[in-house]
Design a binder for this molecule. Structure first.
Ligand SMILES: Nc1ncnc2c1ncn2[C@@H]1O[C@H](COP(=O)(O)OP(=O)(O)OP(=O)(O)O)[C@@H](O)[C@H]1O
Ligand SMILES: [Mg+2]
Length: 446
């Protein structure tokens, strides 16, 4: 993409309404624009990041054996009356009436709809297990939408639903989700710590929230510092292997890590040496939940067992806040000049800055680099505007591309361009071919 042809409405002023860095930077970098309270248009740069996150989520869910599909945003109220949640959900639910006076709603989540699909299509235990998921817009009429996309009213969420024949199989589905989520966040360059979550009236041990540590997070968290040393890394996981998934879950859930909702100070002090006890703020970027037969009983989602009896299926739901993650990523990766995208999620992989736009040789060198980077799949953003170098650098720093190649007449005399890391600020003088090779190396496997 050439910046002269792109749509990147950056703001010079810091928007007064934005209280936290990610919200400010998303507005300033032209990633989003508020349409109304808690509802945003995703401008091209923001949309590119959102799509990238969505791709990673799909890849990791499919790797774990989960099946993608798509359910609508608008749902019929009748199903929610069956589950009893139409009244329980209260004012957070956006209720709509169609022209035939039928009650509809904009889905805040999809347990009812997926359970309805399941009950009307699956009959036998032989068809289990199944995990179906989609990535779709949700609406929750939050009292206080704030912090930009972090707490929107309309937001983009991956929600997956597991259907299993018994508790052991359902727990394996739960573990599969935990492991696949750990991989997902790590690929995004984020550390999200699984923390024991409140299961509400259902009870039991099977809910975890995934928290990204950040001062601006809305949750208060308590954890054993050793949990932050854990990482999945590049181990290959067999998602069908029950013991292997359980071992990873055990490893990541052994150290104490809880939000204020489940925090137990006495236990914290008993389990964790004082010098490892940490309390901090965190952003919830996902949650997994095994809740047994709550919805299958309410909606009659049963399968026929080998002995001919009927049994309600064991269910879980598992969510990732895809649009919130864009904000969380920026909270965890920025400095005073702007965003610093991890390579795994950056909207463009390399920025090209032409220091002397209109100079024949510099333009030609930039054009060639642009063509070569494009051909190598390195998705460059070429700043070819008639602007001062300072303004071009400021834009690149603001939008946060991890690598920048600067091309000017002085370097070209020696046959060199400059490759700069956004994160460290360090630069290297390289031939254009070597700069390309370095970038190809950095992005290999991403
Ligand atoms: N209003 C929102 N704006 C953006 N993302 C959200 C919002 N509400 C929930 N999410 C994301 O969707 C994920 C799954 O939804 P879930 O039902 O667990 O949310 P929740 O626990 O009600 O969230 P919260 O406690 O932050 O209100 C959350 O982990 C979060 O990342
Ligand atoms: Mg939650």
């Amino acid at each position: 993409m050439r910046l002269s042809r792109y749509f990147l409405p950056v703001l010079k002023e810091t928007p007064a309404e934005a209280q936290i860095a990610s919200h400010r930077l998303m507005l300033r970098a032209g990633m989003i624009r508020q349409a109304s309270a808690g509802i945003y248009s995703w401008l091209p740069l923001g949309f590119k990041v959102l799509r990238r996150l969505e791709d990673i989520v799909h890849e990791e869910q499919i790797r774990a054996g989960h099946i993608p599909m798509l359910m609508p945003t608008l749902q019929s109220a009748d199903l929610w009356r069956e589950s009893g949640r139409y009244d329980d959900y209260g004012q957070e639910m956006l209720r709509i009436t169609d022209r035939h006076n039928r009650d509809m709603l904009y889905g805040p989540t999809n347990e009812e709809l997926i359970t309805d699909i399941f009950r009307s299509t699956v009959n036998s235990y032989k068809e289990l297990p199944k995990t179906l998921y989609h990535i779709q817009w949700k609406f929750r009429d939050e009292i206080r939408p704030r912090f930009g996309v972090m707490r929107g009213r309309e937001f983009y969420m991956k929600d997956g639903y597991s259907f299993d024949i018994d508790e052991a199989s359902a727990i394996h589905a739960y573990n599969r989700h935990m492991v696949s989520y750990l991989r997902t966040y790590e690929r995004m360059g984020l550390q999200a710590i699984p923390m024991k979550a409140d299961t509400g009236p259902i009870g039991g041990d099977y809910s975890h929230e995934f928290l990204v540590l950040a001062d601006t997070g809305e949750s208060e968290v308590f954890y054993d510092r050793s949990v932050t040393d854990l990482s999945l890394g590049d181990r290959s996981v067999d998602f069908d292997n029950v013991a292997e998934c359980q071992a990873i879950v055990d490893e990541f859930t052994a150290p104490y890590a809880r939000t204020d909702e489940t925090h137990d100070e006495a236990l914290f002090e008993a389990e964790v040496p004082a010098d490892r006890r940490k309390s901090a703020r965190g952003i919830e970027v996902g949650q997994i939940f095994y809740f047994g037969t709550k919805y299958s009983e309410a909606l009659g989602a049963e399968v026929v067992m080998p002995d001919g009896s009927r049994k309600p299926v064991e269910m879980g739901s598992h969510g990732i806040g895809v649009s919130r993650l864009v904000g969380a990523l920026i909270e965890a990766n920025h400095d005073e000049n702007g965003i610093i995208w991890p390579e795994g999620v950056t909207p463009f992989r390399v920025g090209i800055v032409n220091l002397r736009q209109g100079d024949t040789d510099t333009d030609a060198a930039c054009d060639k680099l642009y063509a070569d980077l494009t051909a190598a799949g390195l998705d460059p953003l070429y700043d070819d505007r008639e602007e001062r170098a300072g303004a071009k650098f400021a834009t690149m720093d603001l939008i946060g591309l991890p690598w920048r190649i600067t091309v000017g007449p002085r370097g070209l005399k020696e046959g060199k361009v400059e490759l700069t890391s956004r994160r460290t600020g360090e630069s290297e003088l390289l031939t254009p071919a070597d700069a390309l090779a370095r970038c190809a190396d950095i992005y290999a496997g991403l």
